[in-house]
Design a binder for this molecule. Structure first.
Ligand SMILES: *[C@@H]1O[C@H](CO)[C@@H](O)[C@H](O)[C@H]1NC(C)=O
Ligand SMILES: *[C@@H]1O[C@H](CO)[C@@H](O)[C@H](O)[C@H]1NC(C)=O
Length: 472
Protein backbone atom coordinates (compact mmCIF):
# COMPACT_ATOMS: atom_id res chain seq x y z
CA UNK A 1 0.00 0.00 0.00
CA UNK A 2 2.76 2.38 1.04
CA UNK A 3 4.82 1.66 -2.05
CA UNK A 4 1.78 2.17 -4.25
CA UNK A 5 1.23 5.55 -2.72
CA UNK A 6 4.83 6.51 -3.23
CA UNK A 7 4.65 5.40 -6.86
CA UNK A 8 1.52 7.44 -7.38
CA UNK A 9 3.26 10.46 -5.91
CA UNK A 10 6.30 9.91 -8.12
CA UNK A 11 4.03 9.64 -11.15
CA UNK A 12 2.18 12.82 -10.35
CA UNK A 13 5.50 14.67 -10.27
CA UNK A 14 6.99 12.82 -13.26
CA UNK A 15 4.13 13.50 -15.69
CA UNK A 16 4.35 17.31 -15.62
CA UNK A 17 8.15 16.97 -15.76
CA UNK A 18 7.94 14.79 -18.86
CA UNK A 19 5.48 17.23 -20.40
CA UNK A 20 7.75 20.15 -19.67
CA UNK A 21 10.68 18.24 -21.10
CA UNK A 22 8.85 17.37 -24.33
CA UNK A 23 7.80 20.99 -24.69
CA UNK A 24 11.42 22.02 -24.30
CA UNK A 25 12.45 19.45 -26.93
CA UNK A 26 9.77 20.78 -29.23
CA UNK A 27 11.14 24.27 -28.72
CA UNK A 28 14.61 23.01 -29.66
CA UNK A 29 13.23 21.47 -32.86
CA UNK A 30 11.76 24.79 -33.82
CA UNK A 31 14.97 26.55 -33.03
CA UNK A 32 15.86 29.58 -35.07
CA UNK A 33 17.90 27.53 -37.49
CA UNK A 34 17.69 28.25 -41.17
CA UNK A 35 18.96 26.31 -44.14
CA UNK A 36 20.62 28.81 -46.42
CA UNK A 37 21.45 26.26 -49.08
CA UNK A 38 20.35 22.66 -49.67
CA UNK A 39 21.37 20.25 -52.39
CA UNK A 40 19.88 16.79 -52.71
CA UNK A 41 21.13 14.09 -55.10
CA UNK A 42 18.91 11.03 -55.47
CA UNK A 43 20.56 8.03 -57.11
CA UNK A 44 17.94 5.74 -58.66
CA UNK A 45 20.37 3.63 -60.73
CA UNK A 46 19.97 0.53 -58.56
CA UNK A 47 16.99 -0.80 -56.60
CA UNK A 48 18.76 0.46 -53.49
CA UNK A 49 18.16 4.22 -53.45
CA UNK A 50 20.94 6.45 -52.16
CA UNK A 51 20.22 10.05 -51.26
CA UNK A 52 23.03 12.54 -50.59
CA UNK A 53 21.90 15.70 -48.88
CA UNK A 54 24.12 18.72 -48.26
CA UNK A 55 22.68 21.34 -45.93
CA UNK A 56 24.21 24.65 -45.01
CA UNK A 57 22.65 25.48 -41.65
CA UNK A 58 22.79 28.89 -40.03
CA UNK A 59 21.79 29.86 -36.50
CA UNK A 60 19.59 32.99 -36.66
CA UNK A 61 18.63 32.77 -33.00
CA UNK A 62 20.25 34.29 -29.94
CA UNK A 63 21.28 31.08 -28.15
CA UNK A 64 23.63 28.29 -29.29
CA UNK A 65 22.06 25.22 -30.98
CA UNK A 66 23.37 21.75 -30.24
CA UNK A 67 21.35 19.81 -32.79
CA UNK A 68 19.81 20.06 -36.23
CA UNK A 69 16.64 18.16 -37.08
CA UNK A 70 15.92 16.16 -40.23
CA UNK A 71 12.35 15.39 -41.26
CA UNK A 72 11.02 12.41 -43.25
CA UNK A 73 7.53 11.58 -44.43
CA UNK A 74 6.26 8.51 -42.50
CA UNK A 75 6.15 6.22 -45.58
CA UNK A 76 9.85 6.88 -46.26
CA UNK A 77 10.89 6.11 -42.70
CA UNK A 78 9.43 2.60 -43.09
CA UNK A 79 11.94 1.98 -45.91
CA UNK A 80 14.89 3.77 -44.36
CA UNK A 81 17.76 1.28 -44.13
CA UNK A 82 20.51 3.67 -43.14
CA UNK A 83 20.98 7.31 -42.13
CA UNK A 84 24.39 8.86 -41.58
CA UNK A 85 25.56 12.42 -41.09
CA UNK A 86 28.87 14.21 -41.00
CA UNK A 87 29.71 17.75 -39.96
CA UNK A 88 32.18 19.61 -42.11
CA UNK A 89 35.11 21.61 -40.80
CA UNK A 90 34.59 21.47 -37.04
CA UNK A 91 37.51 21.53 -34.61
CA UNK A 92 39.49 23.83 -36.91
CA UNK A 93 40.06 21.03 -39.40
CA UNK A 94 38.69 22.58 -42.56
CA UNK A 95 37.40 20.21 -45.23
CA UNK A 96 37.46 17.39 -42.74
CA UNK A 97 34.25 15.50 -42.14
CA UNK A 98 33.42 14.21 -38.72
CA UNK A 99 30.74 11.55 -38.48
CA UNK A 100 28.15 12.43 -35.88
CA UNK A 101 25.30 10.67 -34.11
CA UNK A 102 21.85 10.69 -35.65
CA UNK A 103 18.97 9.55 -33.45
CA UNK A 104 15.21 9.31 -33.85
CA UNK A 105 13.46 12.13 -32.09
CA UNK A 106 9.99 12.22 -30.58
CA UNK A 107 7.29 13.43 -30.76
CA UNK A 108 6.35 13.21 -34.44
CA UNK A 109 5.66 16.42 -36.34
CA UNK A 110 2.68 17.56 -38.44
CA UNK A 111 0.97 14.80 -40.54
CA UNK A 112 3.09 12.08 -38.97
CA UNK A 113 6.45 13.61 -39.99
CA UNK A 114 9.27 11.62 -38.38
CA UNK A 115 12.23 13.46 -36.93
CA UNK A 116 15.89 12.58 -36.57
CA UNK A 117 18.25 14.69 -34.56
CA UNK A 118 21.82 15.35 -35.71
CA UNK A 119 24.26 16.07 -32.92
CA UNK A 120 26.35 19.07 -34.01
CA UNK A 121 29.41 18.17 -31.85
CA UNK A 122 30.10 21.83 -31.02
CA UNK A 123 27.04 24.00 -30.30
CA UNK A 124 26.36 26.31 -33.20
CA UNK A 125 26.75 29.89 -31.99
CA UNK A 126 24.33 32.65 -33.04
CA UNK A 127 25.06 33.79 -36.59
CA UNK A 128 27.46 30.90 -37.17
CA UNK A 129 26.96 28.37 -39.98
CA UNK A 130 27.85 24.73 -40.48
CA UNK A 131 27.64 22.32 -43.41
CA UNK A 132 26.07 18.93 -42.90
CA UNK A 133 26.62 15.98 -45.24
CA UNK A 134 23.84 13.43 -44.95
CA UNK A 135 23.48 10.04 -46.62
CA UNK A 136 20.35 7.98 -46.38
CA UNK A 137 19.36 4.76 -48.09
CA UNK A 138 15.86 3.66 -49.00
CA UNK A 139 14.92 0.12 -49.94
CA UNK A 140 11.84 -1.27 -51.69
CA UNK A 141 10.78 2.21 -52.74
CA UNK A 142 10.63 1.58 -56.49
CA UNK A 143 7.26 0.23 -57.44
CA UNK A 144 7.18 -1.77 -60.72
CA UNK A 145 4.64 -0.19 -63.04
CA UNK A 146 3.24 -2.12 -64.83
CA UNK A 147 3.49 -4.71 -62.08
CA UNK A 148 3.59 -7.60 -64.59
CA UNK A 149 5.70 -7.75 -67.75
CA UNK A 150 6.39 -10.38 -70.39
CA UNK A 151 9.76 -12.07 -70.84
CA UNK A 152 11.22 -9.60 -73.33
CA UNK A 153 9.81 -6.39 -71.87
CA UNK A 154 11.82 -3.79 -70.03
CA UNK A 155 11.00 -3.10 -66.40
CA UNK A 156 9.49 0.29 -65.60
CA UNK A 157 9.15 1.65 -62.09
CA UNK A 158 7.63 4.53 -60.16
CA UNK A 159 9.55 6.60 -57.66
CA UNK A 160 7.62 8.96 -55.37
CA UNK A 161 9.08 11.83 -53.39
CA UNK A 162 8.68 15.57 -52.91
CA UNK A 163 10.24 18.13 -55.25
CA UNK A 164 10.79 20.31 -52.19
CA UNK A 165 12.90 18.95 -49.35
CA UNK A 166 10.79 18.27 -46.26
CA UNK A 167 12.26 20.21 -43.35
CA UNK A 168 11.22 21.83 -40.08
CA UNK A 169 13.34 24.84 -41.12
CA UNK A 170 12.94 27.56 -43.69
CA UNK A 171 15.08 26.75 -46.76
CA UNK A 172 16.37 29.76 -48.68
CA UNK A 173 17.85 28.04 -51.71
CA UNK A 174 17.50 24.41 -52.82
CA UNK A 175 17.77 22.02 -55.75
CA UNK A 176 17.25 18.28 -56.26
CA UNK A 177 19.05 16.16 -58.85
CA UNK A 178 17.67 12.72 -59.71
CA UNK A 179 19.81 10.24 -61.59
CA UNK A 180 18.08 7.46 -63.53
CA UNK A 181 19.79 4.26 -64.78
CA UNK A 182 19.07 4.99 -68.46
CA UNK A 183 17.80 7.85 -70.57
CA UNK A 184 14.40 6.16 -70.83
CA UNK A 185 12.12 8.23 -68.61
CA UNK A 186 8.43 7.71 -69.43
CA UNK A 187 7.14 10.64 -67.43
CA UNK A 188 7.82 12.89 -64.46
CA UNK A 189 5.85 15.43 -62.47
CA UNK A 190 6.68 18.97 -63.46
CA UNK A 191 7.23 21.47 -60.64
CA UNK A 192 8.58 24.62 -62.27
CA UNK A 193 11.50 24.80 -62.86
CA UNK A 194 12.06 21.12 -63.82
CA UNK A 195 14.65 20.18 -66.35
CA UNK A 196 15.73 16.84 -67.85
CA UNK A 197 18.98 16.10 -69.69
CA UNK A 198 20.18 12.56 -70.38
CA UNK A 199 20.04 10.53 -67.19
CA UNK A 200 19.61 13.58 -65.00
CA UNK A 201 16.42 15.22 -63.83
CA UNK A 202 16.68 18.53 -61.96
CA UNK A 203 14.02 19.99 -59.69
CA UNK A 204 14.62 23.61 -58.74
CA UNK A 205 16.33 25.82 -57.81
CA UNK A 206 13.51 26.83 -55.49
CA UNK A 207 13.85 29.81 -53.20
CA UNK A 208 12.41 30.64 -49.78
CA UNK A 209 10.36 27.57 -48.97
CA UNK A 210 8.51 27.67 -45.66
CA UNK A 211 8.99 24.88 -43.09
CA UNK A 212 7.12 21.64 -43.98
CA UNK A 213 6.64 22.60 -47.63
CA UNK A 214 5.91 19.49 -49.68
CA UNK A 215 5.24 18.98 -53.37
CA UNK A 216 4.63 15.33 -54.37
CA UNK A 217 6.28 14.03 -57.55
CA UNK A 218 6.29 10.72 -59.43
CA UNK A 219 9.09 9.71 -61.78
CA UNK A 220 8.33 6.81 -64.13
CA UNK A 221 11.47 5.30 -65.63
CA UNK A 222 13.24 2.17 -66.85
CA UNK A 223 15.26 0.14 -64.36
CA UNK A 224 16.50 -3.28 -65.46
CA UNK A 225 18.99 -3.73 -62.66
CA UNK A 226 18.65 -6.92 -60.61
CA UNK A 227 16.06 -6.33 -57.88
CA UNK A 228 17.84 -8.93 -55.76
CA UNK A 229 16.19 -9.22 -52.37
CA UNK A 230 17.23 -11.84 -49.83
CA UNK A 231 14.06 -12.39 -47.82
CA UNK A 232 16.06 -14.27 -45.25
CA UNK A 233 19.77 -14.86 -44.77
CA UNK A 234 20.92 -17.09 -41.94
CA UNK A 235 24.67 -16.96 -41.57
CA UNK A 236 26.30 -19.58 -39.32
CA UNK A 237 29.86 -18.91 -38.23
CA UNK A 238 31.70 -21.54 -36.23
CA UNK A 239 35.01 -20.83 -34.55
CA UNK A 240 37.27 -23.79 -33.93
CA UNK A 241 40.46 -23.07 -32.03
CA UNK A 242 41.95 -25.93 -34.05
CA UNK A 243 42.54 -23.65 -37.00
CA UNK A 244 39.49 -22.52 -38.92
CA UNK A 245 36.41 -20.38 -39.11
CA UNK A 246 33.56 -22.17 -40.90
CA UNK A 247 30.86 -20.12 -42.56
CA UNK A 248 27.52 -21.36 -43.92
CA UNK A 249 25.14 -18.85 -45.50
CA UNK A 250 21.54 -19.98 -46.07
CA UNK A 251 19.85 -17.75 -48.64
CA UNK A 252 16.27 -17.35 -49.67
CA UNK A 253 16.46 -15.00 -52.65
CA UNK A 254 13.71 -13.39 -54.70
CA UNK A 255 13.57 -11.11 -57.71
CA UNK A 256 11.44 -8.29 -56.30
CA UNK A 257 10.91 -6.66 -59.70
CA UNK A 258 7.87 -6.76 -61.98
CA UNK A 259 6.36 -10.26 -62.10
CA UNK A 260 6.73 -12.37 -65.23
CA UNK A 261 3.54 -12.45 -67.30
CA UNK A 262 2.85 -15.65 -69.27
CA UNK A 263 5.17 -18.64 -69.50
CA UNK A 264 8.94 -18.64 -69.64
CA UNK A 265 10.43 -19.71 -72.97
CA UNK A 266 13.97 -20.99 -72.56
CA UNK A 267 14.35 -21.18 -76.36
CA UNK A 268 13.60 -17.49 -76.73
CA UNK A 269 15.77 -16.69 -73.72
CA UNK A 270 18.75 -18.51 -75.15
CA UNK A 271 18.39 -17.42 -78.76
CA UNK A 272 18.06 -13.70 -78.03
CA UNK A 273 19.99 -13.26 -74.78
CA UNK A 274 20.43 -9.49 -75.18
CA UNK A 275 16.71 -8.71 -75.53
CA UNK A 276 14.89 -11.58 -73.90
CA UNK A 277 14.88 -11.44 -70.15
CA UNK A 278 16.42 -7.96 -69.76
CA UNK A 279 14.67 -7.56 -66.43
CA UNK A 280 15.76 -10.97 -65.11
CA UNK A 281 19.09 -11.89 -63.60
CA UNK A 282 21.07 -15.03 -63.78
CA UNK A 283 24.35 -14.22 -62.08
CA UNK A 284 25.22 -12.60 -58.77
CA UNK A 285 28.60 -11.71 -57.38
CA UNK A 286 29.54 -12.50 -53.79
CA UNK A 287 32.64 -10.94 -52.28
CA UNK A 288 34.33 -13.35 -49.90
CA UNK A 289 37.42 -12.77 -47.76
CA UNK A 290 40.87 -13.55 -49.19
CA UNK A 291 42.36 -16.98 -48.41
CA UNK A 292 38.91 -18.60 -48.52
CA UNK A 293 38.95 -22.36 -49.15
CA UNK A 294 36.64 -25.42 -49.38
CA UNK A 295 33.94 -23.30 -51.00
CA UNK A 296 30.67 -24.99 -51.92
CA UNK A 297 27.43 -23.77 -53.37
CA UNK A 298 24.40 -26.03 -53.29
CA UNK A 299 20.63 -26.04 -53.24
CA UNK A 300 18.17 -28.74 -52.18
CA UNK A 301 18.92 -30.77 -55.35
CA UNK A 302 22.69 -30.86 -54.80
CA UNK A 303 25.89 -29.08 -55.75
CA UNK A 304 25.63 -26.34 -58.36
CA UNK A 305 28.78 -26.50 -60.42
CA UNK A 306 28.11 -23.46 -62.63
CA UNK A 307 29.82 -21.04 -60.29
CA UNK A 308 33.25 -19.52 -60.52
CA UNK A 309 35.59 -18.65 -57.72
CA UNK A 310 38.47 -16.20 -58.02
CA UNK A 311 40.68 -16.17 -54.95
CA UNK A 312 42.72 -13.00 -54.62
CA UNK A 313 45.17 -11.49 -52.16
CA UNK A 314 42.80 -8.75 -51.01
CA UNK A 315 39.43 -10.35 -51.73
CA UNK A 316 37.88 -13.38 -53.36
CA UNK A 317 34.91 -13.35 -55.69
CA UNK A 318 32.33 -16.06 -56.13
CA UNK A 319 30.02 -15.87 -59.09
CA UNK A 320 26.72 -17.42 -58.10
CA UNK A 321 24.60 -18.75 -60.91
CA UNK A 322 21.28 -20.33 -59.86
CA UNK A 323 19.92 -23.22 -61.96
CA UNK A 324 17.53 -20.90 -63.84
CA UNK A 325 17.41 -17.17 -64.55
CA UNK A 326 15.37 -15.34 -61.92
CA UNK A 327 12.41 -13.45 -63.36
CA UNK A 328 10.25 -11.10 -61.32
CA UNK A 329 8.62 -12.92 -58.41
CA UNK A 330 10.82 -16.02 -58.84
CA UNK A 331 12.68 -17.48 -55.90
CA UNK A 332 15.83 -19.50 -55.28
CA UNK A 333 17.07 -20.99 -52.03
CA UNK A 334 20.67 -22.09 -51.70
CA UNK A 335 23.59 -22.47 -49.32
CA UNK A 336 27.09 -21.07 -49.75
CA UNK A 337 29.70 -22.45 -47.40
CA UNK A 338 33.43 -21.93 -46.94
CA UNK A 339 36.33 -22.12 -44.53
CA UNK A 340 38.70 -19.34 -43.51
CA UNK A 341 42.06 -19.40 -41.74
CA UNK A 342 41.54 -18.71 -38.04
CA UNK A 343 44.48 -16.32 -37.72
CA UNK A 344 42.85 -13.83 -40.13
CA UNK A 345 39.76 -13.39 -37.94
CA UNK A 346 40.55 -14.36 -34.35
CA UNK A 347 42.72 -12.10 -32.21
CA UNK A 348 43.65 -11.53 -28.61
CA UNK A 349 42.77 -8.19 -27.04
CA UNK A 350 45.02 -6.34 -24.60
CA UNK A 351 42.95 -7.57 -21.62
CA UNK A 352 43.58 -11.21 -22.54
CA UNK A 353 40.15 -11.89 -24.02
CA UNK A 354 39.85 -13.33 -27.51
CA UNK A 355 37.80 -11.73 -30.20
CA UNK A 356 36.40 -12.51 -33.59
CA UNK A 357 36.59 -9.64 -36.07
CA UNK A 358 34.24 -10.35 -38.96
CA UNK A 359 32.19 -8.50 -41.57
CA UNK A 360 28.50 -7.86 -40.97
CA UNK A 361 25.94 -7.96 -43.77
CA UNK A 362 25.47 -9.92 -46.95
CA UNK A 363 28.42 -10.71 -49.24
CA UNK A 364 26.31 -10.52 -52.43
CA UNK A 365 26.64 -7.19 -54.26
CA UNK A 366 23.71 -4.75 -54.50
CA UNK A 367 21.40 -6.89 -52.42
CA UNK A 368 18.86 -5.99 -49.76
CA UNK A 369 18.36 -8.43 -46.90
CA UNK A 370 14.91 -8.26 -45.33
CA UNK A 371 15.95 -10.31 -42.33
CA UNK A 372 19.55 -11.16 -41.47
CA UNK A 373 20.47 -13.57 -38.66
CA UNK A 374 24.10 -14.15 -37.78
CA UNK A 375 24.83 -17.06 -35.45
CA UNK A 376 28.36 -17.27 -34.12
CA UNK A 377 29.19 -20.54 -32.34
CA UNK A 378 32.05 -19.87 -29.95
CA UNK A 379 34.47 -22.66 -28.98
CA UNK A 380 33.40 -24.87 -26.13
CA UNK A 381 34.27 -23.34 -22.78
CA UNK A 382 33.97 -19.72 -23.91
CA UNK A 383 32.42 -17.31 -21.43
CA UNK A 384 30.93 -13.83 -21.17
CA UNK A 385 30.61 -12.87 -24.84
CA UNK A 386 30.20 -9.16 -25.61
CA UNK A 387 29.33 -7.83 -29.06
CA UNK A 388 30.55 -4.60 -30.67
CA UNK A 389 28.49 -3.64 -33.74
CA UNK A 390 28.52 -0.11 -35.23
CA UNK A 391 24.69 0.04 -35.41
CA UNK A 392 21.70 -1.25 -33.50
CA UNK A 393 21.06 -5.01 -33.73
CA UNK A 394 18.98 -7.40 -31.69
CA UNK A 395 21.01 -9.99 -29.84
CA UNK A 396 20.59 -13.05 -27.63
CA UNK A 397 22.45 -16.23 -26.66
CA UNK A 398 21.73 -19.86 -27.48
CA UNK A 399 23.53 -23.16 -26.82
CA UNK A 400 24.37 -25.79 -29.41
CA UNK A 401 26.01 -29.21 -29.27
CA UNK A 402 28.22 -30.75 -31.91
CA UNK A 403 30.41 -33.88 -31.96
CA UNK A 404 32.58 -34.28 -28.90
CA UNK A 405 31.00 -31.33 -27.10
CA UNK A 406 30.47 -31.97 -23.42
CA UNK A 407 28.94 -28.77 -22.09
CA UNK A 408 27.83 -27.30 -25.40
CA UNK A 409 28.88 -24.16 -27.22
CA UNK A 410 27.59 -20.68 -26.65
CA UNK A 411 26.02 -19.21 -29.78
CA UNK A 412 25.77 -15.45 -30.11
CA UNK A 413 22.75 -14.58 -32.27
CA UNK A 414 22.53 -11.18 -33.96
CA UNK A 415 19.45 -10.09 -35.89
CA UNK A 416 18.80 -7.09 -38.09
CA UNK A 417 16.19 -6.26 -40.69
CA UNK A 418 16.53 -4.12 -43.81
CA UNK A 419 20.26 -4.66 -44.34
CA UNK A 420 22.01 -2.97 -47.30
CA UNK A 421 25.63 -3.24 -48.58
CA UNK A 422 26.59 -0.16 -46.51
CA UNK A 423 26.08 -2.34 -43.43
CA UNK A 424 29.03 -4.52 -44.47
CA UNK A 425 31.34 -3.19 -41.80
CA UNK A 426 33.43 -4.99 -39.20
CA UNK A 427 31.94 -6.21 -35.93
CA UNK A 428 33.61 -7.94 -33.00
CA UNK A 429 32.65 -10.59 -30.49
CA UNK A 430 34.85 -10.63 -27.41
CA UNK A 431 34.89 -13.66 -25.09
CA UNK A 432 36.84 -15.25 -22.28
CA UNK A 433 38.39 -18.61 -22.95
CA UNK A 434 40.14 -21.02 -20.64
CA UNK A 435 42.87 -22.86 -22.64
CA UNK A 436 42.25 -26.00 -20.57
CA UNK A 437 39.21 -26.52 -22.79
CA UNK A 438 41.55 -26.90 -25.76
CA UNK A 439 42.42 -30.25 -24.19
CA UNK A 440 38.81 -31.34 -23.73
CA UNK A 441 38.31 -32.68 -27.25
CA UNK A 442 41.64 -34.56 -27.54
CA UNK A 443 41.11 -35.95 -24.03
CA UNK A 444 37.68 -37.17 -25.07
CA UNK A 445 39.17 -38.85 -28.14
CA UNK A 446 41.98 -40.40 -26.11
CA UNK A 447 39.58 -41.71 -23.50
CA UNK A 448 37.26 -43.11 -26.17
CA UNK A 449 40.20 -44.94 -27.76
CA UNK A 450 41.44 -46.09 -24.39
CA UNK A 451 38.00 -47.48 -23.50
CA UNK A 452 37.81 -49.20 -26.86
CA UNK A 453 41.29 -50.63 -26.37
CA UNK A 454 40.44 -51.87 -22.88
CA UNK A 455 37.24 -53.41 -24.18
CA UNK A 456 39.21 -55.23 -26.90
CA UNK A 457 41.68 -56.56 -24.39
CA UNK A 458 38.90 -57.69 -22.10
CA UNK A 459 37.14 -59.36 -25.03
CA UNK A 460 40.27 -61.09 -26.30
CA UNK A 461 41.12 -62.12 -22.77
CA UNK A 462 37.62 -63.50 -22.24
CA UNK A 463 37.77 -65.35 -25.55
CA UNK A 464 41.11 -66.83 -24.67
CA UNK A 465 39.97 -68.26 -21.37
CA UNK A 466 36.97 -69.97 -23.00
CA UNK A 467 39.23 -71.58 -25.59
CA UNK A 468 41.53 -72.62 -22.82
CA UNK A 469 38.66 -74.18 -20.98
CA UNK A 470 37.51 -76.12 -24.06
CA UNK A 471 40.93 -77.44 -24.93
CA UNK A 472 41.66 -78.64 -21.47
C1 LIG B 1 29.52 -31.19 -53.35
O1 LIG B 1 30.72 -30.46 -53.27
C2 LIG B 1 31.47 -30.67 -52.09
C3 LIG B 1 32.63 -29.73 -52.08
O2 LIG B 1 33.13 -29.50 -53.34
C4 LIG B 1 31.90 -32.14 -52.07
O3 LIG B 1 32.63 -32.39 -50.89
C5 LIG B 1 30.65 -33.01 -52.10
O4 LIG B 1 31.03 -34.38 -52.15
C6 LIG B 1 29.80 -32.68 -53.29
N1 LIG B 1 28.54 -33.43 -53.20
C7 LIG B 1 27.95 -33.96 -54.24
C8 LIG B 1 26.67 -34.68 -53.96
O5 LIG B 1 28.42 -33.92 -55.37
C1 LIG C 1 38.66 -5.61 -37.96
O1 LIG C 1 39.03 -5.82 -39.31
C2 LIG C 1 39.04 -4.65 -40.10
C3 LIG C 1 39.43 -5.05 -41.51
O2 LIG C 1 38.71 -6.13 -41.94
C4 LIG C 1 40.01 -3.63 -39.54
O3 LIG C 1 39.97 -2.45 -40.31
C5 LIG C 1 39.64 -3.34 -38.10
O4 LIG C 1 40.61 -2.46 -37.54
C6 LIG C 1 39.58 -4.60 -37.28
N1 LIG C 1 39.09 -4.27 -35.95
C7 LIG C 1 39.65 -4.72 -34.84
C8 LIG C 1 39.05 -4.26 -33.55
O5 LIG C 1 40.60 -5.48 -34.84
Amino acid sequence: MATNLRNANAASIAIPLILLFTLMLYAVADHDLRITNAERRIDLTSHIIKVFLTLKVENRGSSPASEAVLAFPPNQVDHLALLKAAVEGVKKKKNKHTTVDVNPKLPDGPSGTKYFSINLLEPLKPNAAVTLEILYILTQSLEPFPSEISQSESQLVHYRDSAIILSPYHIEQQATLIRTPSTRVESFTNVEPTHRAGQELTYGPYTDQAPYSFSPIIVHFENNNPFAVVEELVREIEISHWGSVQVRDHYSLVNAGARLKGVFSRVEYQSRPSVSGVASFKRLLARLPPRVHSVYYRDNIGNISSSHLRVGLRKSELEIEPRYPLFGGWRATFVVGYNLPLEDFLFESSDGRRYLNFTFGCPIEETVVDKLTIKVALPEGSKDPTVVVPFAVEQHLETTYSYLDIIGRTVVVLEKSNVVPEHNSAFQIYYKFNPVFMLAEPLMLVSVFLLFFLACIAYLHGDFSIQKLKSS
